[in-house]
Design a binder for this molecule. Structure first.
Ligand code: IDC
Length: 563
């Protein structure tokens, strides 16, 4: 009750949608088996997330009886990236460093520019249009697709007089960027039934369609072929209505919006009160769907994040090649925001927001855009109020082409081993020839000692119970490793033993190399145990590894902590 009062007073304009959504969701019975990310098969990897320089002009094609987004070659392409918050409130996000960070560090291939029209947006402050134009230029310069979002929200009917500038606005952008392959036009963020609104039914959709059709015709008549996305009733949760009465244009998709704490997943296509069910219906009835906005919070932007529910949604979207933008890349003090309220919208010339500048949601979404592993956050136990709630994702994946801080430790008895990044893994060579080949449990001290002192990143491992890493070799071999993760206040405890993988643990990879997984437990590494159970300092900032190998050269990869 208390929460609702806060929501009522702070978000007056959204009272009705919030109540409607909450009431609607309470009336549903979401039966969702929540699984860890490893149980989903479509969260890791990003091979179809192609940049515009590769994907070119976007087109919707029929693939396996489903309308899906394709690149210039007719191959499926998925766009993944971030939406800005309202540009009238957060214009600072329009800077080259931010776009470079999203494109390179996050591997995003799309950004959505949310240009509110009401709420002090374009209708009364037309200068926000310049933010959109600057944003388009930064997106092009950083090889991303860019969604130009006419952010219809309140009132909910895109035909309302406050939105009358839409036609001129889209014509202007299209004439500034004729057929620019990067640009996507989103004609109305979220039609809904507030103020002068549209109803949650076929008649409501008919109003949206009659708004969008002349704009699309005007774009096409002027020769523009860009992808267009049209929002649909009930805050863009009804693409099924669009599928029943689609716009006559081959390059138009319909949006779905969801907030993982509010919108449960569904495995049927018949439940009109469920956004995912409506997506299934739309796909089954021949139209393409694009999730131009989704959040890890409740639909209010507050509370959460609900990451396991987000996993279930993203697994569905990825499996169906549905593109998505997370709301939002901003530092507003709300759970949906990706940046901490103290972080700058400009990440600086290194083009990286550090983990400590990202919220839990931001760290999670970055991992999901990149398609890398994300460690599920640990719930603080009530008896330990100081336990960390903000879990940093991250581990040594070497995907940035560097050694991520690893080198020969100053105290190493062997210094001639070469440490370098090769094929996005940590390659060690000269091991056997330099005597780093003691494979016994106890005499790991004789082997080369590595550390990651200059990494500069940190990993919160609270509650984790093991450290795993991939060992890669040209032929099956024997490798022994002992580890000491270090935190600021838990600097050292001798390893109990080194752990080995031997020839029969190696499995042949597609590229002809062999791989084994080496697992170190809290019993093998007492410092791992100490840090993972220290609620006041569970943040790993360095790692010592003692590596022995009977092969001269091996690579390590995906050095990570887990439960
Ligand atoms: C919300 C912002 C919030 C802001 C509000 C203003 O999170 O800070 O005060 O807009 O209207 C949407 C809308 C999007 C909302 C978002 C979260 O497209 O504008 O942003 N949301 O409430 N639809 C569902 C959720």
């Amino acid at each position: 009750m208390f929460n609702k009062i806060i929501i009522f007073t702070s978000l007056k304009k959204r009272i009705i949608p919030i109540v409607v959504i909450i009431a609607m969701m309470m009336s549903l019975t979401p039966i969702l088996a929540v699984k860890a990310d490893s149980n989903y098969t479509h969260l890791i990897g990003n091979s179809t997330v192609k940049k515009p320089s590769v994907g070119g002009a976007l087109q919707i094609l029929n693939k396996n009886n489903t309308s899906t987004l394709c690149d210039k070659n007719g191959e499926p392409i998925q766009l993944r990236g971030m939406s800005t918050h309202g540009l009238q409130w957060f214009p600072g996000i329009i800077n080259n460093n931010a776009f470079a960070a999203l494109s390179n560090d996050w591997n995003a291939n799309v950004i959505r520019l949310a240009m509110y029209v009401a709420e002090d947006g374009y209708a009364t402050n037309p200068s926000v249009e310049q933010n959109v134009i600057n944003g388009i230029n930064y997106a092009i310069a950083n090889d991303m697709y860019v969604i130009v979002d006419w952010h219809v929200l309140n009132p909910g009917d895109p035909n309302a007089s406050i939105y009358s500038g839409a036609q001129n606005f889209f014509n202007k952008i299209a004439s500034l960027y004729p057929n620019c392959k990067n640009i996507i036009y989103e004609l109305c963020n979220e039609p809904n039934n507030i103020g002068q609104g549209v109803s949650d039914d076929a008649a409501g959709w008919a109003k949206v369609k009659s708004y969008a059709t002349p704009i699309i015709n005007s774009l096409r008549n002027s020769g523009n072929k860009n992808l267009v996305i049209v929002g649909d009733p009930f805050w863009s949760q009804r693409p099924d209505l669009a599928a029943d009465n689609p716009i006559n244009d081959s390059n138009t998709a319909y949006s779905v919006h969801f907030y993982s704490g509010t919108n449960p997943v569904s495995d049927v296509d018949t439940n009109r009160d469920n956004a995912m069910s409506n997506v299934r219906y739309a796909l089954n009835h021949g139209v393409a769907v694009f999730a131009t906005e989704w959040g890890t919070s409740l639909a209010t932007g507050t509370t959460g994040p609900y990451l396991e529910k987000a996993d279930a949604w993203l697994d569905f979207l990825n499996a169906n090649n549905i593109s998505w933008c997370n709301f939002s890349i901003c530092n507003k003090d709300e759970k949906a925001a990706a940046l901490n309220s103290s972080a700058s919208l400009d990440p600086g010339s290194d083009h990286v927001w550090s983990d400590s500048e990202l919220t839990t949601s931001g760290q999670y979404v970055r991992a999901r855009i990149k398609g890398i592993y994300y460690n599920t956050p640990v719930d603080p136990t009530p008896s330990k109020p100081s336990a960390p709630t903000d879990f940093s994702s991250g581990f040594w994946d070497f995907n940035d082409g560097t050694t991520q801080g690893f080198g020969i430790n100053a105290d190493s008895p062997i210094t001639a081993v070469t440490v370098e990044n090769s094929n996005n893994a940590l390659k060690l060579s000269g091991l056997n020839t330099n005597g780093s080949n003691d494979l016994s449990e106890g005499n790991f001290w004789a082997n080369v000692r590595l550390s990651a002192d200059i990494w500069g990143k940190s990993i919160n491992i609270y509650g984790d119970t093991k450290l795993t890493m991939d060992v890669i070799a040209q032929t099956p071999t024997n490798v022994s490793i002992a580890a000491i993760p270090q935190s600021n206040s838990n600097g050292w405890a001798n390893p109990t033993r080194a752990i080995s993988v031997s020839t029969n643990n190696f499995v042949r990879q597609a590229d002809g190399t062999y791989k084994a997984t080496l697992t170190i437990s809290t019993d093998d590494s007492p410092n791992l145990k100490t840090i993972a159970s220290d609620s006041s300092d569970s943040t790993v900032i360095n790692m010592i590894l003692f590596v022995g190998s009977s092969s001269d050269s091996i690579s390590l990869d995906n050095i990570k902590f887990s439960k």
